[in-house]
Ligand binder design. Structure first.
Ligand code: FAD
Ligand code: ZN
Length: 485
């Protein structure tokens, strides 16, 4: 049962703004919004509200600010860090952007698209394709995540190597601030040096500074030719050397470069029906790579084949398969995309979405493997990721730790061991999934003191009452006194 402990005043006024149909207070109706998709996080709320315009969002936030009521923005609820799940107080208003799903404008000549925050990513990609354009952000959850959630988490995905993160794909934003005012920067400008770039504060802020209600996104020429290859490599160092050679040979046309360990492939073959090993013999590591071009007659296959032949001669690659059809390419990508699913039923998985400089990846993989094996003999490491971005999903099973065991689930020793190593290598403990509530306690351990102070100061300036998604990322607060020299 969800106990609404908020003032009746709040609910009555929310109904005044939105009409009763879009203020959900019934426990069953609210339930899907009060837990994350994996069932890891659970919260309570006074109401789930479903505005359909920026003016309605502004009115709700203004009301919540006056009543000091927490507001939790929720997009497709596909996030990995519990960011969209309210706390257990029952005081929060969960603000769903789902009804704000209109495409406002596609400007093919400006290569921009103006959208409301609740547009589902796949719909944005389809709408861009209808205009013969590409919106490059692509990830496994694209059928249900929303662009507002992608912006709020600065999502990555498989095309970052060529096109960048969501941050790099955004020209303008509209944001409802914590006091209910609207920051309107829905501008499709590629150049604008008139002071601080405010939109960047909200991208990646996970709903803790304001509610994103709209965005101007960058579009690109639609790829018309593509080649996909699955390559066996002896180790990560060989993969990275090969990537560097492919970039030289193919330039910006190299659009994805994913590293996959043999254990990941085995998990997929075991758990995902209809998958098969693309090569005849085993290899400790694989690379899945995509090369794309916007010209329909671009000769891609030949330069890729040549580059792979050089890699085979030099020993950086030991075997390779180039997809001969779209169906074959899709089958290769299905292996990569199924790894999270294939690894969820084999035991308690300690997950780490980390990044280190690309050049440090081989040493990190060696060190982390040796460290985990010495501390937890028999550890099974499930390592894959967007190696072209320095981003590894470095996950592991520890012998004797089972999924149902609450002590093992809460244990942080494995995470700390991995994160300490990441930190020593100059890396990040969250490359693309964000902080949310899952890394809230860990963040101050790894972020520089000055960085944490500035984050708290920004939070304090933009959300002085701490109503925007409390308990996530960072709390507002005074900056720490500088340490005397
Ligand atoms: P939600 O989960 O609803 O919210 C996420 C955070 O953003 C919360 O803190 C929420 O409060 C905030 N938020 C949501 N909407 C707004 C808004 N309009 N204004 C302000 N704050 C808001 N992520 C990657 O980066 N790369 C991947 O490759 C990737 N692959 C995935 C594959 C699968 C199968 C799944 C399930 C998830 C994957 N994710 C990946 C994680 C997730 O899909 C992304 O983080 C996504 O960007 C979240 O969008 P959402 O709309 O679901 O946001
Ligand atoms: Zn990822």
């Amino acid at each position: 049962m969800n106990v609404a402990r908020s003032s009746p005043d709040l609910l009555a006024r929310l109904r005044d703004v939105l009409g009763p149909a879009h203020v959900l207070t019934d426990a069953d109706a609210m339930a899907p919004a009060l837990t994350d998709w994996r069932g890891f996080y659970h919260g309570l709320a006074a109401a789930v509200v479903r505005p359909s315009t920026t003016a309605e969002v502004a009115a709700i936030v203004e009301l919540c600010a006056r009543l000091r009521t927490p507001v939790v923005a929720q997009g497709g609820n596909t996030g990995m860090c519990g960011g969209a799940t309210p706390d257990g107080s029952g005081r929060s208003v969960v603000l769903s952007l789902a009804r704000m799903n209109r495409v406002i404008e596609v400007d093919a000549l400006n290569d921009t698209m103006t959208v409301e925050a609740g547009c589902v990513l796949a719909a944005i990609r389809e709408r861009a394709a209808d205009a013969d354009r590409l919106f490059p952000l692509s990830l496994g959850a694209e059928g249900s995540c929303q662009i507002g959630g992608n912006l709020a988490t600065n999502a990555g995905g498989i095309n970052v190597l060529r096109y960048g993160n969501t941050r790099d794909l955004t020209l303008g934003l509209e944001v409802v601030l914590a006091d209910g005012r609207v920051l309107n920067q829905l501008r499709g400008l590629r150049k604008d040096n008139t002071g601080y770039d405010l939109k960047q504060l909200f991208i990646g802020s996970e709903g803790t500074l304001g509610i994103i209600t709209g965005a101007v996104l960058k579009l690109f020429p639609l790829p018309r030719t593509s080649v996909t290859a699955w390559v066996a490599v002896p180790d990560a160092a060989a993969a990275i050397a090969m990537m560097s050679a492919l970039r030289t040979a193919l330039g910006g046309r190299l659009s994805a470069f994913e590293l996959i360990s043999r254990r990941c492939l085995e998990l997929v073959l075991r758990h995902i029906p209809g998958t098969r090993d693309p090569l005849s013999g085993p290899s400790p590591w694989y690379v899945l790579t995509d090369v794309e071009d916007s010209a329909s007659d671009a000769p891609l296959r030949e330069p890729l084949e040549q580059a792979l032949a050089t890699a085979l001669e030099s020993g950086r690659a030991t075997d390779a398969a180039i997809a001969g059809s779209n169906a074959q390419a899709r089958a290769l990508w299905r292996i990569r995309e199924s790894i999270p699913d294939a690894s969820k039923d084999e035991g308690l998985l300690y997950r780490h979405d980390i990044s280190v400089p690309i050049s440090a990846i081989p040493a990190f993989i060696d060190e982390a493997g040796a460290m985990l094996e010495s501390r937890y003999p028999g550890v099974r490491i499930v390592c894959f990721g967007h190696v072209g971005d320095g981003n590894l999903h470095y996950n592991c099973y520890i012998p004797g730790r089972e999924r149902g065991d609450p002590v093992a689930v809460k244990a942080v020793d494995v995470n700390e061991a991995v994160y300490d190593l990441v930190h020593r290598r100059g890396g990040s403990i969250s490359a693309e999934h964000g902080v949310g509530q899952s890394k809230y306690d860990e963040l101050p351990r790894y972020k520089d003191v000055v960085e944490m102070d500035l984050m708290r100061a920004i939070k304090q300036a933009l959300d002085p009452h701490g109503i925007m998604n409390p308990g996530k990322v960072v709390q507002p607060g005074a900056t720490r006194a500088p340490t005397p020299p």
